[in-house]
Design a protein. Structure first.
Length: 387
């Protein structure tokens, strides 16, 4: 992460913290069924809510902003993705961008699925069929009748869809982004009109979140605006379009969540813009521990729900204090995320960087240039992947 973007390290850690808090406190303290993590027959909820007050912050978010911590964290993740992808499309050509994303995502995903399979087998006696692993690794579980091993992978599938859209856009501009937003709204309208078409409905379901991601892209484009009024004119319509997309889809009366609320959008965008405005001025260098955690955010996100909640289930017979159970879930998740970071994420990023450099040094894909890169290949090699 460059010094100019060091503040995003802090924001990414906050995001994963919000998601972990929501899953551990709300799911651990309230869910009566946790499929693919806690075996059937295990007494739930994992924590007696009357024994602690960790849920107070969640109540505050719901009452004042009509949102929830995990949903706020995921929304911020989406905004970060939308903000960074135009930057990467200016750095890389289309093929290079997709190669970079592939090695950034899939080696760690494959290793995390293997880890979760082993952990949940020994902790809960759960066994997943090979088809479920393939469904999860391919991120095709939306379109085939086979569920995923991990319930958090739906966000990754949506982000990967945005990567494909970003590669098609190439160099981002407001005109191109508005065109994409219009297409996404059209997909939502079609999905609402023809809900019996499963694939069209799934595309519409995903399109809402792609609109939310696009808000981050308009924030990136707003950096080029000359004044405050022009920046607002660049960003605000995307917020409106995203809320509109969620509200249109809401008419199907399915999938109710606080993602669709104005409060979620405004709070997430406000937090991101606050970091965007003051972050570069206040954060010149990321503190060491925060930097380490920020590097592990992706594997931590992948494993936190299964590792953390299953750890709670294993330890609650010997650990009665709910706050200690919460701490154990956090520690276990960070520990296994660290292992994934070392054995899969770092090597995957390094290999992907080498592959990108090889492609950048050749002319096999002249059609795939985004239009601005190609200055110095060595610069690409020296810079760290920001996403």
């Amino acid at each position: 992460m460059t010094k100019r973007l060091a503040y995003l390290d802090i924001l990414r850690v906050i995001c994963v913290g919000l998601v972990m808090y929501g899953h551990y406190v709300l799911v651990g303290g309230g869910a009566t069924s946790i499929p693919n993590i806690i075996a059937p027959g295990v007494s739930l909820p994992l924590i007696d809510a009357s024994q602690w007050r960790a849920y107070v912050f969640e109540i505050f978010l719901i009452e004042h902003f009509s949102t929830q911590s995990a949903i706020l964290g995921v929304s911020l993740f989406f905004l970060i993705t939308g903000y960074l992808m135009p930057m990467m499309c200016e750095r890389y050509g289309r093929v290079e961008f997709l190669v970079n994303r592939f090695f950034r995502i899939f080696p760690t995903l494959a290793a995390s699925l293997a880890l979760l399979g082993l952990f949940l087998y020994f902790a809960q006696g759960l066994i997943f069929p090979a088809s479920q692993y393939l469904s999860s690794l391919s991120l095709l579980f939306f379109y085939i009748p086979i569920g995923s091993v991990s319930t958090v992978l739906w966000t990754l599938a949506i982000e990967c869809t945005f990567y494909i859209i970003a590669a098609m856009i190439g160099r981002f501009s407001l005109t191109r982004l508005v065109f994409v937003q219009g297409c996404l709204l059209a997909i939502i309208l079609a999905g609402v009109k023809y809900p019996e078409n499963h694939y069209l409905w799934i595309m519409a379901w995903q399109a809402r979140f792609l609109l939310m991601i696009s808000i981050g892209s308009t924030i990136f484009l707003a950096e080029r605006a000359s004044g405050l009024a022009e920046k607002i004119q660049t960003i605000f319509p995307s917020i409106f379009i995203s809320v509109l997309g969620f509200q249109i889809f809401k008419s199907t009366k399915v999938d109710p969540s606080t993602y669709e609320t104005v409060g979620t959008h405004l709070l997430a965008v406000s937090i991101f813009i606050l970091f965007w405005v003051i972050g570069p001025k206040l954060v010149k260098r990321t503190p060491g521990f925060i930097k380490l955690l920020s590097e592990m955010v992706y594997p931590l996100y992948l494993v936190h729900a299964a590792i953390g909640l299953a750890t709670m289930a294993v330890l609650r017979s010997t650990v009665s204090n709910p706050y200690l159970l919460l701490a154990s879930a956090v520690i276990a998740s960070i520990f296994f995320a660290g292992i994934l970071h070392i054995i899969a994420e770092r090597p995957g990023i390094a290999f992907g960087r080498k592959a990108v450099n090889r492609i950048a040094g050749r002319s096999y894909f002249p059609w795939a240039k985004a239009g601005t890169l190609r200055s110095v290949v060595g610069t690409v090699a020296a810079q760290k992947d920001p996403a």
